[in-house]
Design a protein around this ligand. Structure first.
Ligand code: NAD
Length: 267
């Protein structure tokens, strides 16, 4: 570890699984104190906290549903009560409820928008409120605070059968850019990460069988599925002073998935 996040307090939503879990581990190993948010999977969140404490770090697990206003306010209140400040927020929590348009229920639509897009609003609003009231001179970073939204390659790649998810991620793209523009003068940096296909429980059926994986790999020029740690390294960099002049951008971590791979054979 290079201690790039020493003295930073990092809050990661949906950190009990997949990408969020890996981001939390990576940030802790760079010296950050962790707020491990989970919605329902208490056990892996508690285990992560135990591992960090055992390694001599600081961490706390806090239950909250990012789509609920009171939960998100309480999440930040408890964060400040525990660590005195917050410096990095990774809005990672996200879900899929896939269906063809004619079969999609209003509930499937609303739930995905509420978690994947409204959850971004609620977390970022709380982050900005806290960042603005914190002392700049005690800040561990050059910025007054950093927000990382977990987007997807589907912020630009249309996705049939997943119209709620793609609409939410398209929204996250414009949310990230508009917010970055709005709060840059406060010294707050806002960026998105757009993962491609990363091996996590959210897309198990896309990599579980040999057949599914072969099909998936045709969409990935770099020739392998992504690991949560690939995204975690990007998140650490974006949160650190190394990315101090980076705001309002989306960092694609996708092995080239967004490069129109069909065109490889069209020379
Ligand atoms: P995952 O299912 O392993 O993790 C999602 C996490 O979010 C879980 O811990 C879950 O408990 C939590 N969560 C869900 N709803 C919540 C809520 N209302 N409040 C708080 N937490 C909630 O999946 P993942 O792949 O790690 O996904 C993480 C993020 O990455 C999501 O935003 C997803 O859209 C995005 N993403 C994933 C991939 C991929 O290929 N895995 C690709 C692009 C984007």
């Amino acid at each position: 570890s290079t201690n790039r996040l020493a003295n930073h307090v990092a809050l990661i939503t949906g950190a009990s699984s997949g990408i969020g879990l890996a981001v939390a581990e990576a940030m802790a190993s760079e010296g950050a104190s962790l707020v491990v948010n989970y919605r329902s999977q208490e056990q892996p969140a508690k285990e992560l906290v135990e591992r960090v404490l055992k390694a001599g770090g600081h961490a706390v697990a806090i239950q909250a549903d990012v789509s609920q206003e009171e939960d998100v306010v309480r999440l930040f209140d408890e964060t400040i009560r525990t660590f005195g400040r917050v410096d990095v927020v990774v809005s990672n929590a996200g879900i899929q409820k896939d269906a063809a348009i004619a079969e999609m229920t209003l509930k499937d639509w609303n739930t995905v928008i509420e978690v994947n897009l409204t959850g971004q609003f609620l977390c970022a609003r709380e982050a900005v409120r806290r960042y603005r009231t914190q002392s700049r001179k005690d800040a561990p970073a050059r910025s007054a605070g950093c927000i990382i939204t977990m987007s997807s390659v589907h912020e630009i790649i249309p996705w049939a059968g997943h119209i709620n998810y793609a609409s939410a991620k398209g929204g996250v793209r414009m949310f990230t850019q508009s917010l970055a523009q709005e709060v840059a003068a406060d010294g707050i940096r806002v960026n998105a990460i757009a993962p491609g296909a990363i091996k996590t429980p959210i897309n198990r059926e896309a990599w579980e069988t040999e057949e599914a994986l072969t099909k998936l790999l045709r969409l990935i020029p770099y020739g392998r599925i992504g690991e949560p740690e690939d995204v975690a390294r990007a998140a650490v960099w974006l949160a650190s002073d190394e990315a101090d002049y980076v705001t309002g951008t989306t960092l694609f971590v996708d092995g080239g998935m967004s490069l129109y791979p069909e065109f490889r054979d069209n020379g």
